[in-house]
Write a protein that binds this ligand. Sequence first.
Ligand code: SF4
Length: 220
Amino acid sequence: MEATLPIVDHSVETRLLAGLSKIALILRHQGWTEAGEHGLTPTQSQILSLLWSRRPTALGVSEVAGELALTKPTVSDSVSALVRKELLQKERSTRDARAVDLRLTPRGEDIAAGSAGWPEFLTSAVRSLNPREQAVFLRGLVKMVHSLQQQGYVPVSRMCVNCASFQPFRDPQSEQPHFCEALNTTMADHALRLDCPEFTAASGEQRILTWNTFAAEDFA
Ligand code: SF4
């Protein structure tokens, strides 16, 4: 008689969450290791990376707090430490005379640039998925980030489904069914962006319409 696998847990949801938590563990460990090499905390390192990714635009403390889903006091503490380490400087904002902008010093830029890419072992793990698996995974991630955004756990991110330029499934029969007005190009699911420099925030109403259209269609 054939042996059967014992029935332990579990729903697909539980197994997916278990997998995600393993990846989160690795990312956290990697974050500590990288930050530690420069005598930084992971939060300080995240702030440098965020400012690097948005250059030449400078951000204020509130914007950094919003982008990283941190409290303003937490960001202020880390910013003070980074200023003491001469990795960051504060300057009067050109957008609001009462506000202060945060800008990387040349040394801060060097450190941020050095940790801007993803480590090879993570890139290689993503490459172990075939193109279709990557596209399905990406679409799933977009949906999860959107849900977390709706629940208030992450800020509205610079991803296509939040963007004024995004036209989901403009040509549903095409292999590249979406359209980006800003780049004037059609897009497949695997081209969806989660942090786009050309992003322009859509109005709340447009975001709802875009999302309903995007989520109603099957995987392209
Ligand atoms: S501008 Fe960027 S975020 Fe907006 S639709 Fe185009 S690719 Fe997506």
